[in-house]
Design a protein around this ligand. Structure first.
Ligand SMILES: Cc1cc2nc3c(=O)[nH]c(=O)nc-3n(C[C@H](O)[C@H](O)[C@H](O)COP(=O)(O)OP(=O)(O)OC[C@H]3O[C@@H](n4cnc5c(N)ncnc54)[C@H](O)[C@@H]3O)c2cc1C
Ligand code: SF4
Length: 547
């Protein structure tokens, strides 16, 4: 008998409960309470998979929920100190504020847990009548006659070998007049949509970084509530982009993280190891001493900026937030842009539904984006990433500062608009000619290994399910990636999912899929583009708190 799936129909289906998806859901209901809206989230609850810095520019939140303070939003720690350091191995050089134009200032911003903010936004959405389904990943697209008609959630109860267990429940169809994809950086379905509708055509490739983060509790005497610190330089080599962030907030919380641009070249580089090394810098180690690490996680971040923004709409839906990539790289901020683009798409979808339309492309959203403050903000910093990639950190830093100043003051750039060049998967050099990097052993106080870190992420997956990291060709890791690049997946994965195990018969590639924190780095950086991340069974993955 053919399998039957349950099917439910809505005006608008939203995939992903991050800032973009939740802002879109709220805006739709604000436009009209009659519009039916359903939102799917793969995490066990809203916020469980949200990992960010995060310094929040409250611009979009002010527009969405002007009385957010009275409504008790978890947005409480105002930025009081804003520092930028350049690290050499032994010193930290404070860079003067004059290097950075006003667009870089954190005045008026807040330090938050984006995960907590999303939980609160989820409550606001539900109160307005949005149906929220946590633990339900959107696994497949429904495309009929070239129109996206909704999504199918993942099946439950499928064993590792593919057979149906007693608990088997087929995924559900959620049909929408419009479907908004808010999956964040490197969304699995957003990637398929990009290929299907040629959304990246004529645009620069999207660029990414991997962001690793720890949450610490500091002794009260050391906590500087409201402190925002950004740093670059050591331990990264000059030709590797990235840097450190540290934010003091709440009750003695310190969010510390490290971003490595995924166009790095040396296959021996280990972003997790770089983060651990960065904490041993005397200036940072001093700030963390006596503290206790209580959280860990990792997530890809988009870095392509305005040049890489794809066509946003297609028949039956649109990409919103970091699924399209709206992060302002020099500010390391994307959540306000994610929320605003969600709101713009919601406004276009609401108008279309109210006009009796369905399944067409929401071109009004593309147009609204071009006119929005999001597009203007990204335009001002458009050359930061290309300059950094081309010139290396030392030379790029002053030029990025100069470029942002001329853009902000006179609306011009000496460089025009630079391109990004190669996609991130194509930048690795052969292992044989690259310098091996020795990472010190963790001490268990300041620096840690992957296993104990992973424990703090609360990551959990049903073990008896098909591996959700799909290899197009299972032979490539050992036959190509190992000899050429010393199989970099062993190092770029922040959760120890990939291992090369030496056996009597030769090396074997092992995938510990249950450890995956859903950062998507493997899908981005694998040099053979052989790994595809698909959604695992619902509710699996990290369980972030206060991240
Ligand atoms: C380390 C780091 C530091 C950052 N620091 C800052 C900062 O200080 N300030 C700032 O403004 N921004 C910061 N950002 C960027 C910011 O976090 C993002 O711009 C923002 O989270 C994007 O929001 P989003 O809703 O588009 O995507 P996300 O926040 O990634 O949310 C996507 C949601 O969709 C869910 N999802 C994905 N696929 C599916 C699916 N198929 N089915 C169901 N659910 C799905 C995910 O589980 C997740 O909950 C940082 C990012 C990182 C990684
Ligand atoms: S397997 Fe891929 S998505 Fe999962 S944690 Fe590792 S690099 Fe990230």
């Amino acid at each position: 008998m053919p399998e039957t799936r349950e099917s439910m129909a809505y005006d608008v289906v939203i995939v992903g409960g991050g800032p973009a998806g939740l802002a879109a859901a709220i805006r739709l209901k604000q436009m009209s309470s009659d519009i039916s809206v359903c939102l799917l989230e793969k995490g066990s609850e809203i916020g469980a998979h949200i990992l960010s810095g995060a310094v929040l520019d409250p611009k979009a939140l002010n527009e969405l929920i002007p009385d957010w303070k009275a409504k008790g939003a978890p947005v409480e720690t105002r930025v009081t100190q804003d520092r930028f350091w350049f690290f050499t191995q032994s010193s930290a050089i404070a860079l003067p504020h004059v290097l950075f134009p006003p667009l870089m200032s954190n005045r008026g911003n807040y330090i938050v847990s984006l995960s907590n903010l999303c939980k609160w936004l989820g409550q606001q959405a539900e109160a307005l009548g949005v149906e929220i389904y946590p633990g339900f990943p959107a696994h497949d697209l429904i495309v009929e006659d070239g129109v996206v008609k909704g999504v199918i959630t993942g099946d439950l109860g499928v064993a590792k070998d593919g057979h149906h267990k007693d608990s088997y429940t087929p995924g559900m169809e959620l049909r929408g007049k419009y479907t908004l994809f808010a999956e964040g950086a490197r969304g699995a379905l957003s990637k398929q949509l990009g290929a299907k509708f040629g959304l990246q055509e004529g645009r620069e490739p999207q660029k990414f970084g991997i962001g690793l983060k720890e949450l610490w509790e500091l002794p009260a005497a050391q906590h500087q509530k409201g402190l925002v610190l950004h740093g670059m330089g050591w331990p990264l080599s000059n030709d590797t982009g990235g840097g450190l962030f540290m934010y003091h907030w709440g009750d003695n919380f310190c969010s510390i993280g490290f971003v490595v641009h995924l166009n790095y070249k040396n296959p021996w580089l280990d972003p997790f190891g770089e983060f651990q090394r960065a904490k041993t810098h005397p200036a940072i180690a001093k700030m963390l001493s006596g503290g206790k690490r209580i959280g860990y996680g990792a997530r890809a971040i988009t870095e392509g900026g305005t040049q890489s923004v794809p066509k946003l709409s297609f028949p039956g839906g649109a990409l919103i937030g970091c699924a399209a990539g709206f992060v302002n790289l020099p500010r390391i901020k994307g959540s306000h842009n994610a929320m605003k683009t969600g709101m713009l798409a919601a406004e276009a979808a609401a108008a279309a539904v109210q006009a009796g339309r369905a399944g067409d492309a929401l071109e009004d959203y593309d147009r609204a984006y071009v006119q929005s403050w999001v597009a203007k903000e990204l335009y001002l910093v458009r050359n930061a990433k290309p300059l950094w990639s081309r010139l290396g950190s030392l030379l790029a830093l002053p030029l990025i500062g100069l470029d942002m100043w001329t853009n902000q003051l006179f609306g011009i750039s000496l460089f025009g608009t630079l391109g990004h060049g190669e996609p991130d998967f194509a930048t690795l050099k052969p292992a044989a000619g690259s310098v091996k990097i020795a990472y010190p052993k963790p001490d268990g106080h300041l620096t840690f290994d992957r296993a104990s870190s992973l424990f703090l992420s609360g990551t959990n997956h049903e073990e008896d399910q098909p591996v959700h990291l799909k290899l197009r060709d299972p032979g490539i890791p050992i036959s190509v990636n190992l000899p050429e690049y010393a199989e970099p997946a062993q190092r770029y994965c922040p959760a120890g999912v990939y291992e090369v195990i030496e056996e009597s018969t030769g090396p074997r590639f092992q995938i510990n899929a249950q450890n995956c924190v859903h950062c998507k780095t493997c899908d981005i950086k694998d040099p053979a583009q052989n790994i595809t991340w698909v959604t695992p069974e619902g509710g699996g993955g990290p369980n972030y708190t206060n991240m």
